[in-house]
Design a protein around this ligand. Structure first.
Ligand SMILES: *Cc1c(COP(=O)(O)O)cnc(C)c1O
Length: 444
């Protein structure tokens, strides 16, 4: 028996009638999914209103179930680099799906993706594939602890490394957006060995520390660039203490350049965490690094780590399609376009009389309201406390531009965003900023 209810059919996109509304979908979602979302960052708790429910995406655009089109700057929080439904990715997925979706045995695809990763990231000799960035960071930590025989972990306030118990302390992204100090349900014992220190200051690293884990460019407290000497200082402090340096490049990997932040900064960590871009929009992650460090992993060593769907044939096919499609020249193009976007946003918003900062790291673009330069989580929080982001977000959404519904996320222009699309984003921002001033939601 089929229960008929509003929204039983999902429209393909614009022009399909009658359509269930975003509100109807969200109401149904809330009945069967806590908060109506499968990841808290998707909620509109921080900005107000009802989330748009996506029916489909293509290139830089998404369409909601009501047929409204948005220029999408979220791009699955950075999982997409080529835009939605890129033909190279969908073709690779179709071919792979026809051969079966998972086997529980080694496949050529996982070898090819691992080779593609190690071939791009200098110093990364081996990787193991997992199914999310959370798993990548969690497993990298276990390897670091197993390799060094030490327990303590140093992380930076406002850096996000997924939602594992040990690493959620001082997490950015949704933890920051929802104003949570960490998370209920995490026992004190789980974080007893996690030290949280301010970003952009080289901490003291002693001989109890297994590893220092860092987003080499922070993108989960808004976008915060590493200060000159910060990453080099971490490398030195780790070397002096015999601790491992872990770069969490889940966002920056294969996005800020072919070799990620380690290539850009010239600082080579002992371990890397990857995810997002390298999965082409499928659930994926990877951790890798020095061969001697990774040799502690089972079956060769005593550190256990596993996954039924790890190295999944669909995920490896999609990831490989992305890495093989993007060229070195594409990265230059992407960085140029992002730089232009940032300049345009700065001029558009400050031109309306609203103080703003638009930090850029390669193709990552941030947005902080206020005049104070943001260098760490404390200053990011101070900028967000003004509450202007929510007004800007809503005004942009009304003008057909989808930003992340929280002040601590980056914008993710990708290769599908041409200058013309980004000019539309800038024009919308100028209009939105003028609206904020005229409506009194921003007092100059
Ligand atoms: C997104 C992200 C993660 C977590 O990845 P999931 O796939 O969401 O588990 C970890 N680290 C960083 C830097 C991220 O941006």
């Amino acid at each position: 028996m089929t229960e008929q209810s509003p929204g039983a059919t999902v429209p393909d996109g614009p022009g399909t009638h009658p359509v269930p509304t975003n509100a109807e979908w969200f109401e149904r979602a809330r009945r069967v999914i806590p908060g109506g979302v499968d990841s808290p960052v998707r909620s509109f708790a921080a900005v107000g209103g009802t989330p748009y429910t996506v029916a489909r995406g293509e290139g830089p655009y998404v369409w909601d179930v009501e047929g409204r089109r948005y220029i999408d700057m979220v791009q699955s929080y950075g999982a997409l680099l080529l835009g939605h439904a890129h033909p190279a990715v969908t073709a690779a997925l179709t071919r792979a799906a026809g051969r079966g979706t998972t086997y529980g045995a080694p496949t050529p695809g996982e070898v090819l993706l691992a080779e593609a990763i190690c071939g791009r990231v200098a110093g990364c000799e081996q990787v193991r594939l997992v199914s999310s960035g959370t798993e990548a960071a969690m497993s990298a930590l276990r390897v670091a602890r197993g390799f060094t025989g030490r327990d303590r972990v140093v992380k930076f306030d406002g850096c996000y490394h997924g939602h594992s118990d040990t690493l959620l302390a001082g997490g950015g992204s949704g933890v920051a957006t929802l104003g949570l100090p960490g998370s209920a349900g995490v026992p004190a014992s789980a974080v007893a060995d996690t030290m949280v220190v301010p970003y952009n200051v080289v901490p003291e690293v002693d001989r109890h520390v297994a590893c220092v884990i860092v987003e080499p460019a922070a993108a989960n407290m808004g976008v915060v660039a590493p200060a000159p000497g910060f990453l080099e200082g971490l490398r030195q402090a780790c070397d002096d203490a015999g601790a491992l340096l872990v770069f969490d490049e889940v966002i920056t990997g294969f996005r800020v350049g072919r070799g990620g932040m380690s290539e850009r900064s010239g600082v080579t960590p002992d371990l890397w965490c990857f995810g997002k871009v390298m999965g082409g929009g499928l659930p994926v992650g990877a951790f890798g690094g020095r061969r001697d460090v990774l040799s502690v992993l089972a079956p060769e060593g005593p550190v256990y780590q596993a996954g039924t769907l790890a190295g999944n044939p669909l995920a490896t096919a999609a990831g490989l399609a992305v890495l093989e499609t993007i060229s070195l020249a594409d990265y230059d193009t992407l960085c140029q376009r992002a730089g232009r976007l940032a300049q345009g946003l700065d001029a558009a918003i400050s031109g309306a009389g609203i103080p703003v900062q638009v930090p850029v790291v390669g193709p990552l673009v941030g947005l902080f309201f206020g005049a104070e330069v943001v260098t760490d989580y404390a200053s990011a929080r101070a900028a967000a406390a003004g509450g202007h982001y929510a007004h800007f977000f809503s005004a942009m959404l009304e003008r057909g531009v989808a930003l992340a519904p929280g002040p601590y996320e980056a914008m993710f222009p990708g290769l599908a965003h041409l200058d013309a699309h980004l000019d539309e984003v800038v024009a919308a921002a100028a209009d939105a900023a003028a609206h904020m001033v005229h409506s009194g939601s921003f007092v100059v």
